[in-house]
Design a protein around this ligand. Structure first.
Ligand code: 5GP
Length: 253
């Protein structure tokens, strides 16, 4: 069988050419990185969990009419997605202060914000994904005003959906990041949710205990990341409760 063509390798995923034109195979690695890859580790099972969780969120979004790149999950670590022209922005939605917002504005982590606040960062690892304004976005042509209206609407719909789904299983959606991409149907262009939605790109806190169930566990050395992600998956009913450990294959004689 011919080897698949690798299109791109990022910090947590590899993209391969898909079987049909306009499709991509997205492979979820176990690599965890933080602080612009200054902290790195391989975390057994992370890719499997993120593949399943991203499938769960993207499928749920499609069911409420939010367009995403997700087509279908292929196996434990891979999913088939639509090829998009990625908009070079990280779109962050915050419901509670945390992370860089707390640092930047001196607001205590966990403070509820008066309303969801949307921020944009320019996707550039060398620059550390700097925060930008809509002025920068328009002036440098990264997205048009119409695109920005659509991106804001997508981001807030994703926030409503994810907040509700998480709340139902006792988890607070503190903040998250999405990426959006352009797809073309003839002359018509539309924006859809791309990349992944997983505990790598969200802050998720247990509502009762405040326990962190997201990538901050790795960033801040708070314990076992796989356990945290498994707990999210278990509560959402994504992994069967009785499933055996993800990375330790059982040898059958
Ligand atoms: P902060 O700006 O506080 O570091 O991050 C805000 C939210 O966006 C957090 O949920 C964080 O996980 C997510 N986020 C920000 N930048 C990135 C990134 O480069 N990659 C991923 N996976 N998530 C990010």
């Amino acid at each position: 069988m011919a080897r698949r063509k690798k299109i791109y390798e990022g910090k947590a995923k590899i993209l391969y050419e898909g079987p049909e034109p306009g499709t991509i195979v997205q492979y979820f690695k176990d690599d965890a990185t933080a602080f612009n890859a200054q902290k790195k580790e391989v975390i057994d099972g992370k890719g499997v969990l993120n593949n399943r969780l991203s499938e769960f969120f993207m499928t749920g979004l499609a069911q409420i009419g939010v367009p995403t790149h997700f087509i279908k999950r292929l196996n434990m670590r891979e999913q088939l997605v639509r090829q998009v022209e990625i908009v070079p922005l990280e779109v962050i939605v915050r419901n509670y202060a945390a992370g860089t917002m707390s640092k930047r504005l001196g607001i205590e982590e966990g403070t509820q914000l008066p309303r969801p606040i949307v921020e944009y960062c320019y996707k550039d690892d060398d620059l550390g994904d700097p925060l930008v304004t809509e002025e920068h976005i328009a002036a440098f042509g990264w997205a048009s005003q119409q695109d920005m209206d659509d991106i804001l609407s997508l981001a807030l719909r994703v926030n409503d959906f994810l907040s509700g789904v998480m709340m139902a299983v006792g988890i607070r959606l503190v903040d998250f990041k999405i990426e959006v991409g352009r797809v073309y149907d003839g002359d018509f262009m539309r924006l859809i949710v791309a990349d992944e939605i997983s505990p790598d790109s969200c802050r998720l806190w247990d509502i009762e205990t405040g326990q962190k169930l997201d990538k901050d566990v790795f960033r801040r050395d708070l314990g076992n990341l796989t356990d945290a992600y498994t707990e999210v998956a278990r509560r959402l009913g994504v992994m069967p409760k009785t499933s055996s450990p993800i990375t330790k294959p059982t040898l059958i004689n």
